[in-house]
Design a binder for this molecule. Sequence first.
Ligand SMILES: Nc1ncnc2c1ncn2[C@@H]1O[C@H](COP(=O)(O)OP(=O)(O)OP(=O)(O)O)[C@@H](O)[C@H]1O
Ligand code: SF4
Ligand SMILES: [Mg+2]
Length: 361
Amino acid sequence: MPATATPTADGEQPARGRSGAPEGEGPLLDVRDLRVEFRTRDGVVKAVNGVTYDVDAGETLAVLGESGSGKSVTAQAVMGILDSPPGRITGGEILFRGRDLLRTGREERRAIRGAQMAMIFQDALSSLNPVLSVGYQLGEMFQVHRGDSRRTARAKAVELMDRVRIPAAKQRVNDYPHQFSGGMRQRIMIAMALALEPDLIIADEPTTALDVTVQAQVMDLLAELQREYRMGLILITHDLGVVADVADKIAVMYAGRIVETAPVHELYKRPAHPYTQGLLDSIPRLDRKGRRLYAVRGLPPNLTRIPPGCEFHPRCPRARQVCVTDRPPLYTVAENDGTPLPGRASACHFWKDELNDAPAH
Ligand SMILES: Nc1ncnc2c1ncn2[C@@H]1O[C@H](COP(=O)(O)OP(=O)(O)OP(=O)(O)O)[C@@H](O)[C@H]1O
Ligand code: SF4
Ligand SMILES: [Mg+2]
């Protein structure tokens, strides 16, 4: 039998009682039960299968999961840049400041994307225009969106380059993207995203292409600016090690859905889903030197043929018969005495066992 727990309101979403919140109330971004499919020659790829998460102003949500779990597709749907066709949003809501973006016109959506939300991609070189100087590209944002003169826009570009700590910004403003190192280019991407002071930034693997020391510097800078500007930040990453210092909370994705959400330190200390436990066990740790690095065994499912029951059951060390037949809803996670743990949810029938057994991290 599954552990006794109350599935949340609709069986999928953690309770939060904000349904129908008027514009301006509730979280900055509230994604509810989002579903995205791609129609391909090999069949329908069910890339996002009921994603629910929210981010407040000044808060950092890390979205974590293996390759192909739907992290980027969810972000693209939020930004309104989904590759469509073949992509199609088949359900759910994306509320930004209480307003449903899926029912917002194309032009308005573009205006919101320009000024209120911005995205930072992994690969700065392919996101920046190689034949225009970085100063021009940064300045253009102010000319187009703020109506600034060329001169003012250029001055603001230099100021921004200073803000993201590009040395000798004034001298380098006329340089082209290829003249900067990978880390500096990523700083320029951050500057572009910050230019119009958006309320929300989505950073999709912003440091993956960089080497480890530069990764840490860029991540620290992003975290610092996020705090200073009080922006909401969604940080997409494969790497649990990176998020501990910067995120407030984590959403773990598997096969297109959120399988666990928790405040960051609680997730590390007491995960409530076997997949999260597997990810934690795969982080190399100095005090575990010499031990075999455990990675989650097996492969993620083919998204055209997601297994019945719990999508994680073919790989799960805890799987039992019920897992093969019954898909777990996203349960609200609670203490043994029934007190709900704020912000915590798990899509595992046996979340209680997992929570109580979890070794300290
Ligand atoms: N344009 C597309 N056409 C068809 N399938 C797509 C398309 N874009 C994404 N997908 C599929 O959607 C699924 C989710 O992809 P997504 O890019 O969101 O994964 P991800 O979690 O961001 O992975 P990674 O960590 O590798 O970036 C994958 O199976 C992917 O193949
Ligand atoms: S529901 Fe079953 S298969 Fe799925 S994560 Fe929990 S124990 Fe594992
Ligand atoms: Mg991705």
